[in-house]
Design a protein around this ligand. Structure first.
Ligand code: FAD
Length: 518
């Protein structure tokens, strides 16, 4: 008997989504591994293991529950769906709108042209049956025709709309944000170890396959990310019990050799559907209400999930496809080769962040924003090159989330996201970390071969973009320091910046990229 086919993308691994049938009689399930997608970038091998293993586990779980499941390896997602439709004589295809521009465009076109030979029913990837809290239209309605959108305004709207951390229409604790309480540096406190999920037979088989694939980055060794819903729920519980209470305090801290600190490290599971944003929000609110987590931690976390994550995803759809080409500072430098070769980094903070990405496919938010993103901004790296590196190198990276974070937040290459760039000198890194103590560069110096590159590059950036930045009152005041220094000192700082730029960007590595393949 012919039945509908349900296409479950590798990021839709959640039984509650509209693209997964409730009951085996409703239809067949097709899970596709796209060969061209996997070759679109030199992805981290741990990312390939995570996605392939989670997909195989999801297929096995559905099969065990009596569903007819086909796991296909095909040239593209569309080819895989088409082959399944032919083999099973499907009456229609049910899918969630894909989260990335390229595939979303391909499926929308297939739906309107009837390219699959049967109707294609596309459900919104947000709202009921979707993965995000908002539908795409709900975000657009909120955004309206405003030229500049602010996350803090969006976040307050989301708090009111959801009732989360609200009491009689007022924010719990009397403030919308406890960000200022969340900037402590670590003074000897030890973060609990991150749960490690030992690879089972399925994951081990996939690790062995991926280990010998050419053209990818990083190693499969030490893989321990959650690959099933049960493991992801265990990881969430571990976060709530062991790390949430200090998450707020140390949210902005960096410690040499500590990749995870008190962060949730749940984005790899969340972004492929093993957890939903509601799962995270319910868990932290429950922890707060039962007195197990302080408000500064809980509010800080809610702001990330209810605020930043939904905002970034909304902005992605609002600004695509122009967002890819955004380059407000006319940045024209190549990506420093050390991004692919962390051992070559001489700056302690950069080496630590890059090594974490190479070893785990993960670095925490402040390393992404204030070390790697900041360096890209100050150096003037072409946004799309940094963006492709983030997309390839992180286990939690998909274009819908890395692109707005890299182009919008870290590089301020798109002017609709932020009021001021997150540009910072070495002083910020020194305040928030212990990296500078062991670094071969001196954070106290602005000029000379042993001066911290972030210092000279910061001032060089400020001077190159003076006309634009000085209009911003929060940053404009900084020019008072620059203007006090002698011409000779200013020239030394700029010469130091040029020398660091030449050193860091020499021998750039060309990477072949196919953004929309899949
Ligand atoms: P926590 O610090 O514990 O935060 C909890 C959750 O909040 C995260 O799991 C995530 O889902 C959400 N969140 C927090 N900040 C953001 C944000 N700015 N945008 C979206 N979600 C957010 N996040 C990704 O999921 N994938 C990416 O590819 C990605 N690339 C980034 C690139 C840059 C340059 C920057 C500055 C940020 C990027 N982020 C990305 C956002 C953020 O850094 C990560 O979500 C976070 O570090 C994931 O680790 P965690 O689960 O330990 O997060």
């Amino acid at each position: 008997m012919s039945r509908p086919a349900f296409f479950v993308g590798p990021w839709d691994l959640d039984r509650r989504l509209a693209c997964v049938p409730d009951h085996p009689d409703q239809g067949t399930v097709v899970l596709v591994e796209s060969i061209s997608k996997s070759k679109a970038l030199p992805f981290h091998r741990k990312k390939l293991v995570l996605i392939r293993s989670a997909l195989s586990h999801f297929a096995a779980e559905l099969e065990a529950d009596g569903f007819t499941v086909e796991q296909v390896r095909a040239r593209s997602f569309l080819d895989g769906i088409q082959a399944h439709v032919k083999r099973y004589g499907s009456t229609k295809v049910v899918a969630l709108r894909p989260r990335e521009w390229g595939l979303d465009s391909a499926l929308s076109e297939a739906a309107s042209t009837g390219a699959l030979g049967v109707p294609l029913e596309l459900h919104d990837d947000g709202g009921p049956g979707g993965h995000f809290l908002l539908t795409r239209d709900e975000f657009s309605d909120w955004a309206g025709d405003k030229a500049q959108l602010r996350m803090d305004v969006f976040y307050r709207w989301m708090r009111r709309r959801s009732g989360i951390l609200m009491e009689s229409n007022k924010p719990v604790g009397g403030k919308w944000s406890f960000d200022k309480a969340n900037r402590k540096s670590v003074k000897g406190e030890q973060p609990p170890p991150l749960p490690h999920f030992d690879p089972d037979a399925i994951t081990q088989r996939i690790m062995a396959e991926v280990a010998v694939w050419d053209g990818y980055w990083g190693s499969v060794e030490g893989f321990g990310w959650p690959v099933t819903r049960a493991q992801a729920v265990e990881a969430l519980q571990g976060f709530i019990e062991e790390r949430l209470c200090r998450f707020g305090d140390f949210q902005d801290a960096m410690v040499e050799g500590q990749s995870f600190l008190w962060h949730a490290c749940l984005s790899p599971a969340l972004n492929i559907g093993l957890l939903s944003p509601q799962d995270l929000l319910h868990a932290v609110i429950e922890a707060h209400e039962s007195g197990r987590a302080p408000l500064n931690a809980v509010e800080g976390f809610v702001r990330q999930v209810l605020g930043w994550r939904e905002f970034m995803r909304g902005m992605y759809w609002r600004r695509m496809p122009e967002l890819r080409a955004a380059n407000a500072w006319q940045a024209d430098q190549p990506l420093p080769p050390m991004f692919w070769q962390p051992d070559q980094a001489q700056e302690a903070c950069v080496r630590d962040a890059l090594s974490s990405v190479r070893d785990h496919g993960y670095a925490h938010h402040i390393q992404r924003l204030m070390v790697l993103g900041n360096l890209g901004l100050l150096l003037g790296v072409r946004p799309i090159e940094l963006s492709h590196w983030f997309w390839a190198a992180f286990v939690d990276a998909y274009e819908w989330v890395e692109l707005p974070n890299v182009h919008g937040m870290a590089l301020a290459a798109d002017t609709t996201f932020t009021t001021k760039p997150y540009a910072a000198s070495g002083a910020y890194i020194n305040r928030m970390s212990n990296h500078c103590r062991g670094c071969r560069f001196s954070v106290r110096k602005r000029a000379g071969a042993d001066a911290c590159p972030f210092n000279a590059l910061f001032w060089d950036f400020m001077v190159r973009h003076r006309e634009r930045i000085s209009k911003n009152p929060r940053m404009g005041v900084l020019y008072r320091s620059w203007d006090r220094w002698s011409e000779a000192e200013q020239a030394d700082i700029r010469a130091t910046a040029s020398a660091h730029r030449a050193r860091l960007t020499a021998h750039a590595i060309a990477v072949e990229v196919h953004d929309d393949d899949g």
